[in-house]
Design a binder for this molecule. Structure first.
Ligand SMILES: Cc1cc2nc3c(=O)[nH]c(=O)nc-3n(C[C@H](O)[C@H](O)[C@H](O)COP(=O)(O)OP(=O)(O)OC[C@H]3O[C@@H](n4cnc5c(N)ncnc54)[C@H](O)[C@@H]3O)c2cc1C
Length: 216
């Protein structure tokens, strides 16, 4: 595992005490939250597209329709991918000092296209296996047409930063006696009970990766 040193793009300037460049910290955030936002430039205008991401080794991946604008226009271009976990609302005595607790990652680089049907299938399997272990082999096999209709982009984790905000508000000196409630409202993502497809054949048990699914 490589540990990216901060670059001019990833050196955190604002509240730099919250920065982390350690790959273990970056990987843990990427592996906890599959939703990413990919920012790129289309015809001179910024576009930020939400999508799913997964990490394998030293790279982060995301996929989509070969026809999607993002998949076509971000390929071989500079992008910034972010992943965010919201952990709490932080209420201070003044409006100015309100904030949020969070863990977030930003990755910069040139989005590379995964080429070749075999490589694409291997990456799609890896994505599925990470989310739902052992499911890929139980599925109707992917077809050549489906592989052709899918594009996968990736970024190396060589230019990445994490920022983590925890704890209570930093109050303005003298504010602590102000008579208003202050504190943290923790936020957790909740996973519900799996809901079987309406046309599910009888007798198929709920797999452990569905009943025990965890996120956040
Ligand atoms: C859920 C959430 C809510 C937030 N709400 C606010 C808000 O309301 N107002 C506000 O000012 N800020 C907020 N932030 C913090 C915000 O993401 C920026 O860190 C902050 O605005 C400073 O931006 P900057 O461009 O000056 O950062 P700089 O420190 O100049 O950024 C330099 C580099 O540091 C790294 N970096 C900066 N921010 C992050 C980050 N969040 N995660 C990972 N790497 C980072 C990047 O590599 C970036 O290129 C929030 C963050 C999260 C995750």
């Amino acid at each position: 595992m490589s540990h990216p040193a901060p670059t001019p793009r990833t050196r955190i300037r604002r509240l730099h005490e919250k920065a982390a460049y350690d790959r273990a910290v970056i990987d843990a955030i990427l592996d906890t939250m599959p939703v990413a936002h990919v920012g790129h430039i289309v015809d001179g205008s910024p576009v930020v597209t939400p999508t799913l991401q997964w990490r394998k080794g030293d790279r982060v991946y995301w996929h989509g329709s070969s026809a999607s604008r993002m998949q076509k226009r971000a390929a071989d271009e500079q992008v910034c991918l972010t992943v965010t976990l919201l952990d709490g609302m932080v209420l201070a005595r003044s409006g100015f000092e309100h904030s949020v607790n969070y863990r977030s990652v930003m990755v910069f680089g040139t989005a590379e296209v995964v080429e070749g049907a075999a490589a694409k299938e291997a990456h799609l399997r890896a994505m599925m296996e990470q989310m739902f272990p052992d499911r890929w082999n139980a599925l109707r096999p992917i077809t050549p047409q489906e592989l052709k209709a899918t594009r996968i982009l990736s970024l190396p984790l060589t230019e990445a930063s994490a920022k983590l905000s925890t704890g209570h508000a930093t109050e303005t000196p003298g504010d602590s006696s102000w008579p208003v409630w202050a504190g943290v409202i923790p936020i957790h993502l909740a996973v519900g009970q799996p809901e079987p497809a309406p046309d599910l054949a009888p007798g198929l048990p709920v797999p452990g990766y569905a009943s025990g699914y965890r996120i956040g």
